[in-house]
Design a protein around this ligand. Structure first.
Ligand code: NAD
Ligand code: MG
Length: 332
């Protein structure tokens, strides 16, 4: 598979464009500030009432209301929450797009599930950093980058892919490596990954381990260190050198115990559950459920958040982390 680096991307394609980044959250602030530092003509699009308005201005980026920003710009990156993109698209984006504009996304949800269907005369591209937005900014400032996926859904201009590569370069992605995919593959693998492995699978694994230990009478502080705190140290080893780096670094006892007991915890039944999760992503039933949840004001999400907040691993963890002076107070 071809991996694109700095020399494969041409920033000049973006240099004579007016760029609007809609939203100034996790991804929005990173794209806007990285592009500004790369010398691009960027403005941020927000609601007048937004608390981020002042923050963006203080960081030195021009801010306009969403409709004004879209009207002004030639390239528009939509970094609003996925669940609000459709309504903002209808009211403030679509009426202000002109033929030849580029509409960009950092996740394919709304295009892939046809919540947003842009006119034929619009280029539709994706630049999806494979990292939380705050790291997209931090790594860029350190002179590094985060890997990105790019994709082209509509190529009216004939230059959509080059534009996606230019954007990836402007935010630092081509320093780390960029691969091309489709909106379908990015959306389906992203949703599956976060549900089965990253956010869903890992959180449930941690909680289950913590519960088994505390229910067996071990102190929750001990269970916290074992099942949650140490997880980061192990994951760092995967990140640096894969499974073998982790196995090299832990004791032979841990390696043997892990390789013989791990498959008893994550079994064929767990894989079958993952296959079912994937199927619901592929057939659109997860998307349907999430859209309905939002239409009802996220009642289920609120309930689940509350339950997580009250879990002993959270209350015990909060106390223990107070003593870890090196931890960031909040992700920044
Ligand atoms: P976020 O919730 O952090 O930020 C959203 C921004 O949109 C905020 O500035 C908010 O004020 C603004 N906003 C919300 N509603 C608005 C409205 N009606 N009108 C105008 N502005 C509004 O969102 P995020 O996590 O940065 O996600 C943005 C996109 O990036 C999504 O498509 C997401 O899937 C994608 N993405 C996110 C990450 C991540 O690290 N969070 C990673 C990869 C891709
Ligand atoms: Mg993701």
């Amino acid at each position: 598979m071809k991996v694109y680096y700095d020399q494969d991307a041409n920033l000049s394609l973006l240099e004579d464009k007016k760029i609007a980044v809609l939203g100034y959250g996790s991804q929005g602030h990173a794209h806007a500030l990285n592009l500004k530092d790369s010398g691009m003509n960027v403005c941020v699009g927000l609601r007048k009432s937004s608390a981020s308005w002042q923050e963006a201005e203080t960081a030195g980026v021009a801010v306009k209301e969403v409709a004004e920003a879209v009207k002004w710009a030639d390239v528009i990156m939509v970094l609003l929450p996925d669940q609000t993109q459709k309504s903002v698209y209808r009211t403030a984006i679509e009426p202000n797009l002109k033929a030849g504009d580029t509409l960009a996304f950092a996740h394919g949800f709304n295009i892939h599930y046809k919540e947003i269907v842009p006119a034929k005369e619009i280029d539709v591209i994706m630049i999806a950093p494979k990292s939380p937005g705050h790291l997209v900014r931090r790594t860029f400032q350190q002179g590094n980058g985060t890997p990105c996926l790019i994709a082209v859904e509509q190529d009216y201009s004939g230059k959509a892919k080059e534009m996606a590569l230019a954007w990836a370069k402007g935010i630092g992605g081509t320093r780390a490596g960029v691969i091309e995919t489709t909106f379908k593959n990015e959306t389906e693998t992203d949703l599956f990954g976060e549900q089965a492995v990253l956010c869903g699978g890992s959180a449930e694994l941690i909680k289950a381990g913590f519960e088994v230990l505390t229910e067996a009478g071990y102190p929750p502080e001990l269970a916290y260190f074992e099942c949650m705190h140490e997880m980061k140290l192990i994951v760092d080893l995967y990140y640096e050198g894969g499974l073998s780096r982790m196995n090299y670094s832990v004791s032979d006892t841990a390696e043997y115990g892990g390789m013989t007991r791990g498959p008893r915890v994550i079994t064929e039944a767990s894989k079958d559950a993952m296959r079912q999760v994937l199927k619901e992503v592929q057939d659109g039933s997860f998307a349907k459920e999430w859209i309905a949840e939002n239409e009802q004001g996220q009642p289920n999400l609120q309930k689940l958040r509350e339950a997580n907040r009250n879990h002993t691993i959270e209350t015990v963890g909060a106390e223990l982390r107070k003593m870890m002076s090196w931890l960031p107070k909040k992700e920044s």
